[in-house]
Every structure is written in structure tokens, then in C-alpha cells.
Design a protein around this ligand. Structure first.
Ligand SMILES: C[S@@+](CC[C@H](N)C(=O)[O-])C[C@H]1O[C@@H](n2cnc3c(N)ncnc32)[C@H](O)[C@@H]1O
Length: 213
């Protein structure tokens, strides 16, 4: 007898966007403003000329980002990519399978994505991609603890252990806590994610922490 169908993170996100859903509460309001301000300042301070945004979502956050023209948004959901392309016709959007046609960038981004990578092989492939396609910085905004969670589309992981084990050419340069730590009484306006910025061991890196807004 066939067992239960295993959860597919790709199918989950495509169905969610196809049915009119959004990237979630981390892509709007004060959480999105904190993410965007941190990234926008980092881009200027470090003269970032090219960006690959792995898991770009429905473009709500992208609308707040001030990024160079050399930008590629990647998402597992074709419906999300179609929304992004309609809103930002001058920018390029591709599926993970099409990423092989894209050159590496100064910085790869993974924002509120890692704890949605439920399957081990999807998580491993996404982490490999983030580091293989970055020449200077990998900027991750995610939870970083192994804790059980009740939602089927959330799986928290201590991803920094994985990076330490698999990416010896990279160093964790900074951990920037999010100013709105998770509070179960206010789950839509708080988050379990923080910023983790990786660079080459000899990288010069300037980080400007935004004020609260
Ligand atoms: C919570 S949303 C975050 C969107 C955006 N980064 C933001 O911060 O607003 C997570 C996104 O990751 C995408 N995603 C999930 N698994 C992925 C994968 N394996 N490769 C690329 N994108 C993926 C989903 O489709 C979704 O758009």
C-alpha cells in the first residue's frame, strides 16, 4: 500500500501563489522595512554591482529594495515569477533549473527562505547554490535553530552548522539580530529570522545597522 504523499515545498509555494496567496508577513510592514533597509545599506556600503535573489517571492520585498540593474530573481514558483516579471519588466526572473544560464553575482540573497526548505535534498541543493553563485557575499535572513514547528511548510534548521561543514572557503562575517524577535502573541509582526552575512575569509565588509522604524 502506498504511504502518505511526502510534503513538496515547491508544490506548496506554487499552489499558494497560483491561488492568489502572498510571500507572507515577513515581506510587508516593519519586518520588510528592516530587511530592506539592512540590504539597501549593505549594497551601498560594499559597492555591490550584481545580485542573485534566491527565493524572490511575489515582489513585495523587491519593491522596497534598491538593487543594481544586474539582478536576477529566482523562485521555485512560476506563478510568483510571473508576478515579479509583470511588476518589474526590466528585471530578469528564472526558476532554479534555469540558474545554470546565470553568471555568479557579487552577492546572493536568501531572505525568509531557508526555513521553508522542508526536504533535505532541496535544502542541500539550495545552500550549495547560494554559495556557488556568490563571488563576494552571501546574505541570509533565516532562523538558525533546530526546533520543531507546527506548520507543515516550516522546518527550522541550524543552517550555520551546515555551512561550516560544507563551505570552508566562506566565513560568517556578521550576525545581525532582527529587532522584532518572535513573540507568539504577535506572530505576524515578529520573526524568528536574523541576518547572517558570509564572505570570503579575507573579505573587507562594511555593515551599517539600520535604526528602528
Ligand atoms: C516566505 S517567501 C520569501 C520571499 C522573499 N524572499 C521575501 O523575503 O519577501 C519564501 C519564498 O521562497 C521560495 N522558495 C521555496 N523553496 C525554494 C527553492 N527551493 N528555490 C527557490 N525558491 C524557493 C518560495 O516560492 C517563496 O517565494
Amino acid at each position: 500500500m502506498a504511504g502518505p504523499i511526502p510534503f513538496s515545498s515547491g508544490d506548496y509555494w506554487e499552489a499558494r501563489y497560483r491561488e492568489g496567496g502572498t510571500s507572507g508577513m515577513g515581506s510587508v510592514g516593519r519586518l520588510a522595512r528592516f530587511k530592506a533597509e539592512t540590504i539597501n545599506r549593505f549594497v551601498v556600503a560594499n559597492n555591490i554591482q550584481s545580485v542573485i535573489d534566491a527565493g524572490c517571492g511575489d515582489a513585495s520585498l523587491l519593491a522596497l529594495l534598491e538593487l543594481p540593474a544586474d539582478y536576477v530573481g529566482v523562485d521555485v514558483s512560476p506563478s510568483a515569477l510571473a508576478r515579479c516579471a509583470a511588476r518589474f519588466p526590466g528585471r530578469r526572473f528564472v526558476t532554479p533549473g534555469e540558474l545554470r544560464t546565470v553568471s555568479p553575482a557579487d552577492m546572493t540573497l536568501s531572505l525568509d527562505v531557508i526555513y521553508h526548505l522542508i526536504e533535505d535534498h532541496v535544502f542541500a541543493a539550495a545552500m550549495r547554490t547560494l554559495f556557488a553563485w556568490a563571488t563576494r557575499f552571501v546574505v541570509i535572513y533565516a532562523s538558525n535553530l533546530n526546533v520543531a514547528w507546527s506548520s507543515a511548510h516550516v522546518r527550522h534548521r541550524r543552517f550555520t552548522d551546515q555551512v561550516a561543514a560544507t563551505e570552508p572557503d566562506w566565513r560568517l562575517l556578521a550576525h545581525l539580530p532582527n529587532p522584532y524577535p518572535f513573540d507568539p502573541a504577535s506572530p505576524h509582526e515578529t520573526s524568528f529570522a536574523d541576518f547572517f552575512i558570509y564572505g570570503r575569509p579575507d573579505a573587507a565588509c562594511s555593515i551599517v545597522v539600520p535604526g528602528l522604524s
